[in-house]
Design a protein around this ligand. Structure first.
Ligand code: PHE
Ligand code: CO
Length: 307
């Protein structure tokens, strides 16, 4: 899920997380949304072709997970239920509520960032209700139900990650007041969407943007061309990101505990420090590595999936 700013009904694409949204209006039907931007999942309105798209996306992605996705994700992905049809949000919510106290709620698509933060702070994860068309099978500009569900929901079954997401939402509401939402958006981007984790077995993906992407999953872990640097909050907040290509830089955490603890302190002074640092030394480009910075080398290519 991502958030985006609306002004006069026009999607300006300036929010914490966008998928290359430009001046094009978002696709969903916002007339059916409630004041908090949530909506019913009109499950009966999915067509057989919609369910088939979901099944094909799920199957393609599932067979790529071994050796590339983190264990926590692989263990929880089956909680989404059968791959044969788009899950009913209520059924997934019931399981998720028992595991970590989170729910998923339907939304028509990208929503304003304040609404997005407020839902996360209330342990409600917004999931886009529509699915991409068959000609968008490999790439869709806005997040759809496959990205939001398959990419994001499995890790919400992990108690530490679940708490991190709630803290992020509360932190987002605060960042809006401090005019720091853009810096905080980089944290979401480089962790929740494109994060890597170092495990005893090697680098693995935990970010939803990676895990829901056919090509980037393999690229992020194994491509020699990508940079992988240790998670460092101030460094990360100075780093630009790519919205229309694979990431040039990935940040690597050691554990979800590390991520939670590193982001627990009050960010008010941190935003000030990062702004000063940017004023003096500039931003860091995607793909740029700083002198002396430790880089993680690419992992080996797992055996090609069969089937
Ligand atoms: N600790 C952050 C703050 O005070 C909130 C936060 C937590 C932000 C986790 C992001 C992730 O602003
Ligand atoms: Co997302």
């Amino acid at each position: 899920m991502a958030a985006v700013d609306f002004h006069d009904g026009v999607n300006k694409g300036v929010a914490p997380v966008t998928y290359g949204a430009g001046s094009r209006p978002p696709r969903g039907d916002y007339a059916k949304a409630r004041a908090d931007y949530t909506c019913e999942q009109a499950w009966a309105q999915y067509t057989p072709a919609d369910h088939d798209t979901y099944r094909r996306l799920y199957t393609r992605q599932l067979q790529q997970l071994p050796g590339l996705a983190c264990d926590e994700f692989i263990a929880a992905v089956q909680q989404l239920g059968t791959p044969d049809r788009i899950p009913r949000f209520d059924e997934v919510s019931e399981r998720l509520m028992k595991a970590t106290g989170w729910q998923i709620v339907g939304v028509p698509g990208l929503i304003p960032e304040e609404a997005f933060f407020a839902l996360l702070a209330a342990r409600k994860f917004p999931v886009t209700d529509w699915i991409r068309t068959p000609d968008e099978f490999d790439y869709v500009v806005e997040p759809d139900v496959f990205h939001d569900l398959f990419g994001h929901v499995p890790l919400l079954f992990n108690p530490v990650f679940a708490d991190y997401m709630q803290a992020y939402g509360a932190g987002g509401l605060k960042a809006s007041r401090l005019d720091a939402a853009e810096l905080l958006a980089r944290l979401y981007w480089y962790t929740v969407e494109f994060g890597l984790i170092a495990t005893p077995q090697g680098l693995r993906a935990y970010g939803a943007g990676i895990l829901s992407s056919a090509g980037e999953l393999r690229h992020s872990v194994t491509a020699a061309a990508a940079e992988r640097v240790a998670f460092d909050l101030k460094r990360l907040m100075r780093t630009r990101y790519k919205i229309d290509t694979y990431q040039a830089t990935y940040f690597v955490i050691d554990s979800f505990d590390q991520l939670f603890e590193a982001t627990a302190p009050d960010f008010t002074p941190l935003y000030r420090e990062v702004r000063e640092r940017i004023a003096q030394h500039g931003e860091i480009d995607a793909g740029q590595v700083l002198p002396g910075e430790r880089r993680f080398s690419a992992g080996p290519l797992p055996p090609a999936p069969r089937g």
